[in-house]
Design a protein around this ligand. Structure first.
Ligand code: CMP
Length: 226
């Protein structure tokens, strides 16, 4: 797809006047990642902002023992890598492609100029930072106050809400995550998530077939969030 069309589809850039869009178009570079490619590592120098055209990028904090906590999964239209550009510090987390991913990149100095010229973009970045902090607060709260069963139920309910897939108290969606990735998103072990998914299946609350997760009773699933 032409970059001009993409610029119209990306929420961060939509409100730009045509001349600003044209200026930005000349600064954007296109890059492709394969599944599993590491775009950058925590603590590396960060000079670039990334905008996702298609695909998925996970933002993770790695431990020295090879475990990880997933802070966010970004997809089409999302941007990331802004923190190093705004505070001048190294990357705060790893960025890894969960599937084949197409991105646009913008040099830090161009990003700062862009924000200085566009009030709409500045507001969009501030709003995103606030929403991300809220989600991280939620993750911290859940990790402190909910058990694995409650955390998994909450994550599945959130996934349904984000995809708008609910109908008659039932939902189904492409999970597109391994059990380890799901476990990392709720700060749990793969074994405990595996056990909990089995319990949910045995209770008739969910079924999983060829990567499609079906929730048979949303209300009962929600009652497990405690
Ligand atoms: P930066 O620190 O440059 O590189 C890692 C990026 O991950 C960071 O910018 C943000 O774009 C993103 N990121 C870091 N922490 C979070 C978080 N808690 N929630 C969502 N995104 C984050």
């Amino acid at each position: 797809m032409a970059v001009e069309c993409l610029l119209n589809d990306i929420p961060l850039l939509q409100a730009l006047p045509p001349e600003e869009k044209e200026r930005l178009r000349r600064s954007l570079k296109h890059l492709s990642l394969r599944k599993g490619d590491v775009l950058f590592r925590k603590d590396s120098e960060g000079n670039t902002l990334y905008i996702i055209i298609s695909g998925k990028i996970k933002i993770v904090l790695p431990s020295t023992l090879g475990e990880e906590v997933v802070l966010a999964v970004f997809s089409d239209g999302d941007f990331f890598g802004e923190m190093s550009l705004l505070d001048g510090m190294p990357r705060s987390a790893d960025a890894v492609a969960l599937e084949k991913t197409e991105l646009l990149s913008l040099e830090g100095s161009d990003f700062i100029t862009f924000l200085q010229h566009s009030q709409g973009a500045l507001k969009a970045v501030l709003r995103s930072l606030s929403l991300r902090l809220r989600k991280t607060d939620d993750l911290l709260e859940d990790t402190c106050f909910l058990n694995v069963s409650g955390r998994l139920a909450k994550k599945l309910v959130q996934m349904v809400e984000e995809r708008g897939a609910l109908e008659n108290n039932q939902a189904s969606f492409e999970l597109s995550l391994t059990q380890s990735e799901l476990a990392n998103m709720i700060s749990a072990s793969r074994e405990s998530v595996n056990k909990e998914l089995r319990t949910l299946r045995e209770k008739g609350l969910i079924s999983v077939e060829k990567g499609l997760l079906k929730i048979h009773n949303m209300e009962r699933l929600k009652r497990r969030i405690k």
